[in-house]
Design a protein around this ligand. Structure first.
Ligand code: 13P
Length: 223
């Protein structure tokens, strides 16, 4: 179990990584973790994720109302709240604007074709939520039906949100989405896609179920 200070340091660390790897620019993106008491530790609005200090972070309650912190919380905290509310297994949420995946979202294309075995095992598929303005309850509503079955969702004309049992997993899911988007783009450049058969996809889904169950057990410290 991590202390609040450790969670703060981890958000700062993964914020830097998001920025350094080009998954966000300027003040894009936001990160949060669920604390032991159910409150949410979240990045503030309008700050570079590459320049955060632990004391910049804001604590909100389960509805997104500020509990403590000198700064204003991310304008997109509703998106985080809706994910925590519907997924008890989620401990962290990351939102970013990775250029290739966001390009798909801006083209109205989901990343849901069975092109890479690894993606089916790790993320399943990456659906596209309809466009709603950033930071609005309508955007949270557009995400709500997709949250139960997906750890990564494209948001039309906006960006990507990922989640996981912990921050490193939520962050890595973001890297995976962008990497897959690049691969999918190459198939477009080559003018040919060769998706896996339904039979292969079913087998990979079985592996995914096994893998997720094992990870869940490890995350809960019961292995
Ligand atoms: P915040 O700075 O309010 O978190 O918003 C960043 C962002 O990514 C907007 O889409």
């Amino acid at each position: 179990m991590k202390t609040e200070q450790q969670h703060r340091e981890e958000i700062v660390r993964f914020g830097k990584l998001l920025h350094q790897t080009g998954l966000v620019a300027a003040t894009d993106g936001n990160l949060s973790v669920r604390l032991e008491d159910g409150n949410i530790l979240c990045t503030p609005t309008l700050m570079s994720k590459g320049l955060l200090e632990p004391q910049d972070l804001v604590i909100v309650d389960q509805r997104g109302n500020k509990v403590s912190g000198a700064r204003d919380v991310s304008s997109e905290v509703n998106m985080h709240v809706v994910i925590y509310r519907s997924r008890r297994d989620v401990g962290a949420v990351v939102h970013a604007h990775p250029p290739t995946a966001t390009g798909y979202a801006a083209a109205g294309l989901a990343l849901d074709r069975a092109l890479c075995s690894e993606i089916i095992v790790t993320l399943g598929s990456v659906p596209l939520a309809s466009y709603e303005p950033p930071g609005t309850p309508e955007l949270a509503e557009a995400l709500a039906p997709l949250v139960a079955d997906h750890d990564a969702i494209l948001m039309a004309n906006h960006g990507v949100v990922t989640c996981g049992p912990d921050l490193i997993t939520a962050y890595m899911n973001m890297e995976t989405v962008e990497h897959f988007a690049k691969i999918a783009l190459v198939t477009h450049l080559l003018g040919k896609q060769q998706p896996l058969s339904d039979q292969h996809v079913d087998k990979l889904r079985e592996i995914r179920t096994k893998y997720r169950t094992q990870n869940h057990v490890v995350a809960q410290g019961k292995d």
